[in-house]
Design a protein. Structure first.
Lengths: 119, 377
């Protein structure tokens, strides 16, 4: 598992990367009440706003952590946005991306480095 | 997730209690305030609706107006600042009031109570310095304007509020909505009103700072009572269709535009016994007679996306209004909002559009409140 400074986690499985937000981020956001997901089969670039989430408090964006193609999205989230809070590392995942170059993942934090970031 | 800027922020007397309860503290109206506890905004909201919530609203301004020459001259003097019947307020009763400007806007909204030998006023935190200056400037011939710095203010709200408070103060259950009373609790003089700002039955209790922690701890130990933060206070008042000063009402909105004509009693209206004579009377009474150009309405976004404060409203391609409060209503389980639209588009059922992140999404005008209140009248 890899982590970004924007509090996303990336789980690598072959050339597929599943993306969600960390428990820390879910707690900070508060109860999520709305999720808008991208269309599958969309090419995205690192930093693109690909998911909109609204908590009871505010709207936030989830950015594409790397260049690649969105190949799947979590269809359960729009009807059940609370999954992001209930199980951020599991059932609350947002999308799966296909990467051309897996080496870009080396730049992200591992769990220890992320835990240090959030102190 | 910006770092908390704590410089120059005032601390509540119960700051340590909030921190020990795991509150997240945020700046609000010059204070460090608990926005939520570990339960989270959604569950805190639902808990208040199903049991009881304890809110620390000590940031609000508590002011005593002490008469210099009798209650009647004080009440008439206060009445000259508001389009509200002050003189007719009986001893032991509280009423909602509005300080208006010369142009008919709203300087602040407040609660005032007739406590027999004086009036007790509770004003919004963000407005309190200006309010106190305004009251002093206009009432000094008839009243001593005394800001109360040595008391905190707690709100206990929800269906279990009566049971919890009556175990501490037997007999309190005989109070009705907007009654006020003074009660001794183990040596602490409590100023109690049966009111609040959540749409729920409940009480607001002014407590001397020296007894505040002990009183709060005792209430929190009662079954069903949980600490509730500002986040849930905001979603509760929004569901109840209540205005937040600085958002839904301000110096540019008149009481009539804001749908607060109910706060203007007959005696102050055209042909009333003490008609007019308050700042902005010309505009306010004209709008009362002829109808305002725009009105505050309830709005229901059709999808799941909340429409927040500042969302622009469209009718076809024409920009026609703006949302002033909006979010997710945990009890109605849907996004809800309030905003201003032209009177011609204010009927319930009118379909409009709100622009969210560059997309126009359907929204329907609806009646307020979103959820009926449960006051004990």
């Amino acid at each position: 598992m890899k982590y970004t400074k924007e509090h996303e986690w990336l789980r690598v499985d072959g050339d597929l990367v599943t993306v969600g937000i960390t428990e820390h981020a879910a707690t900070q956001l508060g109860d999520v009440v709305f999720v808008e997901l991208p269309e599958p089969e969309t090419m995205v670039a690192e930093g693109d706003e690909v998911v909109v989430i609204e908590s009871v408090k505010a709207a936030s964006d989830i950015l594409a952590p790397v260049d690649g193609e969105i190949v799947a999205v979590n269809e359960k989230l729009p009807d059940n946005p609370g999954l992001v809070n209930e199980d951020p590392l599991g059932a609350g995942w947002f999308f799966k991306m296909k990467l051309d170059d897996l080496s870009v993942l080396d730049d992200f934090m591992d769990e220890d480095e992320y835990n240090e970031l959030i102190g | 997730m910006a770092d908390l800027e704590t410089t120059d922020l005032k601390r509540l007397a119960l700051h340590d209690l909030h921190v020990s309860l795991g509150a997240r503290m945020v700046p609000f109206a010059g204070y460090e305030m608990p926005v939520q506890y570990p339960m989270g905004v959604l569950k805190e909201h639902l808990h208040t609706r199903s049991a009881a919530g304890l809110f620390d609203v000590s940031h609000m301004g508590q002011v005593v107006l002490w008469p210099k020459a009798g209650m009647q001259s004080l009440m008439l003097g206060f009445e000259a600042l508001m389009p509200v019947d002050v003189l007719g307020l009986q001893e032991g009763r509280q009423r909602y009031g509005l300080l208006t400007s010369a142009t008919g806007g709203i300087l602040d909204d407040l609660m005032f109570a007739n406590r027999g030998d004086h009036l007790f006023v509770v004003v919004n935190a963000a407005c309190k310095a200006e309010d106190i200056a305004h009251l002093k400037a206009h009432l000094s011939p008839v009243a001593e304007v005394m800001p109360i710095a040595d008391r905190g203010l707690l709100a206990l709200q929800g269906p279990d509020a009566e049971g919890a408070l009556s175990r501490l103060l037997p007999g309190i259950e005989t109070m009705r909505f907007m009654d006020v009373a003074t009660r001794d609790w183990t040596g602490a003089e409590l100023w109690i009103s049966r009111s609040g700002y959540t749409g729920e039955d409940g009480f607001e209790i002014s407590v001397p700072n020296a007894h505040l922690r002990r009183f709060a701890d005792t209430l929190l130990a009662e079954p069903g009572v949980a600490p509730i933060g500002l986040g849930a206070r905001d979603s509760l008042r929004l569901e109840a269709g209540l205005c937040l000063y600085g958002h839904d009402i301000d110096t540019t909105t008149s009481p009539i535009e804001a749908g607060l004509a109910w706060a203007i009693q007959k005696s102050r209206r055209t042909c009333g016994a003490r008609s007019g004579g308050f700042p902005g009377a010309e505009r306010i009474l004209t709008e009362l007679a002829d109808g305002p150009d725009r009105c505050r309405v309830g709005l229901r976004p059709e999808g799941r996306a909340p429409m927040r404060d500042g969302t622009v409203l469209y009718n076809g391609d024409t920009e026609i209004g703006i949302i002033t409060s909006g979010g997710f209503g945990p009890s109605v389980e849907a996004p809800i909002a309030m905003g201003y639209v032209p009177a011609a588009l204010s009927a319930s059922g009118t379909r409009l559009e709100g622009e969210v992140r560059g997309k126009r999404l359907p929204v329907t005008v609806c009646d307020l409140p979103f959820r009926p209140s449960t006051y004990k009248r």
